[in-house]
Design a protein around this ligand. Structure first.
Ligand code: SAM
Length: 295
């Protein structure tokens, strides 16, 4: 396996009806989630904003601790949750204590890409594994193609949120297995069961805990988890997508890792940055890094 990775790719989430990055700058971002406009801290937006006249419904004010903490201040009453759409999938947004809105819009181009890969074959025969799946927007968009989906997350509340989103989308009867488990444990069990998947999506946090308190540390545990993911892929498999955020890590590092893992499968590996396009000026706000294999 000689050679180097191809040049880095930038994957851009464009605005859609229910989401847009309106403006950004001076360490903050101004976004719309349906009819609700919010301002959140964004350390990478070091530039000046397009406008000084932001008029949000709510602002997230961070605590003194950089890793977390802080609270939402509502300038106008915001519902406890409200419905949004992406394509035919509907899901709940809310002002979460973790400063996000209950889903990650920068994932949209990855969802589209996986949907296209599934569409290249008989979709209803495809089986996709979504690890660290959170509230299931990705799982529902993948399921909506016709694929069978296994959704795994350590948080019972997130998985319940995923089921609620499935019901809201009219997809409650779809073949989606909603599993509360530790991602690494579940994947190892699937390997022992001799299972296979057509596609795998992993969106691991830097640090996390499984339902039994199992420790997840990205730098320590990602190589082993990817090795197990590889055992679930075979000559018919179509993709593996890894996205990583909030860590000091280069896309080249995860790109090389995925390239080694995918060796022997054929196909191609690409890696790079994920970004959201700002509506005011079209500039790109970086959000995460990714590496993905496909055939
Ligand atoms: C920020 S989310 C991923 C976002 C999601 N893929 C999406 O696009 O909506 C990270 C998720 O990892 C889950 N998590 C953390 N540690 C875990 C573990 N050990 N096993 C499984 N899930 C874990 C958390 O509960 C959380 O839902």
């Amino acid at each position: 396996m000689a050679g180097a990775l191809p040049p880095l790719t930038t994957i851009v989430a464009e605005p859609w009806a229910d989401f847009g990055l309106i403006d950004s700058g001076h360490g903050r971002k101004y976004e719309r989630y349906g009819a609700v406009r919010v301002v959140r801290p964004e350390p990478q937006a070091m530039w000046a904003p397009a406008s000084d006249n932001w008029d949000p419904d709510a602002t997230f004010v961070p605590g003194s601790d950089e890793e977390g903490g802080g609270r939402w201040i509502q300038h106008r009453p915001v519902p406890s949750d409200w419905p949004l759409s992406r394509d035919r999938v509907r899901f709940h947004a809310s002002l979460t204590p973790f400063r996000h809105l209950g889903f990650f819009p920068d994932m949209a181009p990855q969802w589209d890409w996986m949907r296209a890969r599934i569409g290249q074959g008989p979709a209803d025969e495809a089986e996709v594994l979504n690890l660290f799946g959170y509230t299931g927007v990705g799982s529902l968009l993948l399921s909506e193609t016709g694929a069978r989906v296994v959704h795994v997350d350590a948080s019972k509340k997130s998985v319940e949120g995923g089921r609620a989103n499935a019901a809201l989308s009219g997809l409650a009867e779809r073949p989606i297995r909603w599993i509360v488990d530790d991602a690494a444990k579940f994947t190892a069990r699937e390997v022992r069961r001799g299972r296979r998947y057509d596609g795998i999506l992993l969106d691991p946090p830097k640090f996390g805990r499984g339902p039994e308190g199992e420790l997840w540390r990205l730098e320590e545990h990602l190589p082993l988890l990817l090795a197990d993911c590889r055992r679930l892929l075979d000559e018919r498999s179509r993709f593996l997508v890894l996205t990583v955020y909030a860590v000091r890590m280069s896309a080249l590092a995860i790109g090389e890792l995925v390239r080694q893992v995918a060796a022997g499968l054929g196909g191609t590996v690409e890696c790079g940055e994920m970004a959201v396009r700002e509506e005011a000026r079209g500039l790109l706000l970086p959000t995460a890094i990714f590496a993905r294999w496909s055939r």
